[in-house]
Design a protein around this ligand. Structure first.
Ligand SMILES: [Ca+2]
Length: 316
């Protein structure tokens, strides 16, 4: 019995050792290849410090969005997704990707961090402002790093930016409902009226204008807001009414230029409108109008109950 046991143990040991001896070189070789790839990619693309930052500063369940999801998943142990269009006319799912589709996929895949590097800059032409000018991005820049490379005496800079895109999912509405209508409005435009005024009772903002005598004239007031981006704030909710000869207008401004204007029209009863902005970019002001298409000389009015810029088509 004992003899048979020993024989079995011996055979087992010999077989195991033989297997290890046979396969260890290729296992060992694989490990070296993988380590090589690991180091080489990491160094070539200059992500080293960005990778360390992700590992040290993001929770293990954070979702990253990057042009190289496999490599970033390998290096950081985080879930990674690629920004890409599902359908595209040009056949290139990267070339046509704009900020609106990027934000949709950020929401869809519950992304927390967006990695923008030189490769991202090259492959997403409609998003290259995220590389060129991070201050224009609608996200929080949480990390940046630069690496310089000397090519034929010329020095090139390669940046890696990491944006926290979580905040973009929970932005509060911007605008005016009640007493926030009271202050900060200033006369913006007065075209040939003989009188104008704007006031708020803490609930409704009223713009009055009279005595144009010629058609298509207007009075408007503007209020400045912190810079926001209409590709995030896509919708304008507005409750308004006018006198029978006036029309209501709303405009979005950046600095001293109007970026988008919309004619609400005439309504002598309160009307709620949800507008979708077609301009995509930053704004820092909203102008409200009392526009008079007729040559009436009577007082005309435009009333605004609320004006809210929002990410959603429903007011939250
Ligand atoms: Ca109100």
């Amino acid at each position: 019995m004992r003899n048979r046991y020993l024989r079995t143990a011996f055979t087992f040991t010999v077989v195991t050792l033989t297997l290890i001896t046979l396969f260890y070189p290729s296992y060992n070789n694989m490990i070296h290849v993988m380590k090589d790839v690991d180091l080489r990619l990491s160094r070539d693309l200059q992500w080293d410090r960005a990778i360390e930052w992700v590992k040290a500063n993001t929770p293990p369940n954070a979702v990253l969005m990057t042009r190289k999801p496999r490599e970033w998943a390998w290096f950081t142990n985080r879930t990674c997704v690629i920004p890409s269009l599902l359908e595209t006319e040009s056949g290139n799912p990267f070339k046509d990707l704009d900020i609106n589709s990027l934000i949709s996929s950020i929401h869809r895949f519950k992304v927390n961090y967006l990695i923008v590097d030189f490769l991202f800059f090259m492959e997403y032409p409609k998003l290259n402002f995220l590389y060129i000018d991070p201050s224009a991005a609608p996200f929080d820049l949480v990390f940046q790093d630069v690496w310089y490379s000397k090519n034929n005496g010329k020095i090139d800079a390669y940046w890696t930016y990491i944006y926290n895109v979580t905040l973009a999912k929970h932005l509060p509405d911007v605008g005016w409902r009640e007493d926030t209508f009271m202050d900060g409005w200033s006369l913006h435009l007065d075209v040939r009226s003989s009188g104008y005024n704007a006031s708020s009772d803490g609930n409704v903002y009223v713009i009055m204008a009279k005595g144009f005598g010629i058609s298509n004239q207007s009075v408007s007031y503007i209020k400045h807001i912190p810079t926001i981006h209409t590709f995030l704030y896509k919708y304008i909710h507005i409750r308004w009414k006018t006198s029978s000869n006036a029309r209501a207008y709303v405009e979005l401004w950046l600095g001293s230029s109007a970026k988008w204007s919309y004619e609400l029209g005439t309504s002598t009863t309160w009307t709620e409108s949800v507008l979708t902005t077609t301009y995509s970019g930053p704004i820092d002001g909203v102008a409200l109008y009392c526009y008079c298409p007729d040559n009436s000389t009577a007082w005309e009015t435009a009333h605004y109950d609320f004006v809210l810029l929002s990410m959603q088509s429903e007011i939250s």
